[in-house]
Design a protein around this ligand. Sequence first.
Ligand code: AHR
Length: 508
Amino acid sequence: MGELSAKIRVDSELISGSVDNRMFGSFVEHLGRAIYGGVYQPDHASADESGFRTDVLDLVKDLRVPIIRYPGGNYVSAYKWEDAVGPVGQRPRRMDLAWKAVEPNTVGLDEFYRWAKKAGSDVMMALNLGTRGIEEARNFVEYCNHPGGLYWSDLRRAHGREEPYNFRVWCLGNEMDGPWQIGCKTADEYGKLAGEVAKALKLFDPTLELVVCGSSGPGMPTFPQWEATVLEYCYEHVDYISLHTYARKDGDSLSAFLAESVRFENFIKAVESTVQFVKAKKRSRKDVKISVDEWNVWYHSIGKESDDDLWQVGRRLLEDVYTVEDALVVGCFLIVLLRHAATVRMACLAQLVNTIAPILADKEGPAWKQTIYYPFLHCSLYARGEVLDTRIESPGYETEVYGFVPYIDGVAIHRPDAREIAFFSVNRHETDTVRALVKLAGFSGLSVIEHVVISDRDPLASNTREAPDRVSPGKDASTKCDGEVLRASLAPLSWNMIRVSYRDCARN
Ligand code: AHR
């Protein structure tokens, strides 16, 4: 084992953005056991009076998720919202073609809204622009957001919900560039439709925040022309363009897997540039922002699903069991998101419970935290602040696809109210500790509050029902401040959160 070093520099006056609370959003889809067997399971020992699992709810609440995208995903592209409202006993059972399951509509709009409120979250509502269009979208928005006195809003009141739900954020479809999507479209077809739906929704309420679909991933053959074409149709009517990305490990190459965040960052940069291109072309004064409304690691379950439970409610699908390596990649993605906080204003970890999720829930047994729960938790709790421009000089390694990749990536967040700086960092080195010298220019009276670490002698270790705490954060007590410099040892293959308090900040 050797010891390498990295120099990191931040300055209290160099702020690259502020983190929107909605950066720590998540996603719950009618998919697999996310709803039936995750959020909702009336026969479970922990179920409350509404059938919601309180063990799951408690773990969600601790994550402090401000907004949850719903109800899909691929599911939304054939979603008939009218099936999901009104008396539960009268709702139809439907075939869900996206996931080859049965949707009983037992959990519908009102039930999910009430669950989200219990979790302390708002709902980011997605519209079906796969099989439906302007007419259904405007009716749905009236049902959800209008106080009353009109047909659809009165129907909501007749269904027992007097006050409007008042959903602020609406996604204009899902992954409409994807050939797997029901009702997928060309960029021209989708851009025109999304622009018209957006126009109608803004006529109803100009303060609604609308998200138009960008590419389903940087590997899509239509990327990035898709973004340019779609935005040309609807630039003035929308507020965000979405970006989806999932990291996967191909074969055994851990170093390539850990570099997936470089691919993610290049994707964001290309979308940022495309937005600027269309803005310039339109002579617009407005900046469309980015919503990374699906992101995660997803590969363990791919190709391993069984057909035994086809066309059943709550099929077991996409139940990735995450490792320490996966937690590091999630950490790297969080660092990228924070670095781009000026343009990425919303993001949703996909998903929340059971399906590619930080929380797994056993049918008869408990719910527990997966490895990826922790980096998300750390950032959700301590990264809501100002992003300090973080300059890193680190040794690294060569990759075939991305060239040089530094071992150390990181970002510092300043929370003036708490008089705290949190430095989030990943060491990608597989065997060596990296000594980090972080110069925090402009801050004085520094003192380490805690250095929280996730690392393990077995990078493939994961948490299971039998060993739910096999991987959990530890502490490094050796981290010290010396004048303006923070000195820390970043263990091989580790995720780190170092919180530092200060007495004075030069800017104040
Ligand atoms: O999150 C799982 C699926 O991934 C979503 O349904 C879809 O939008 C994406 O392809």
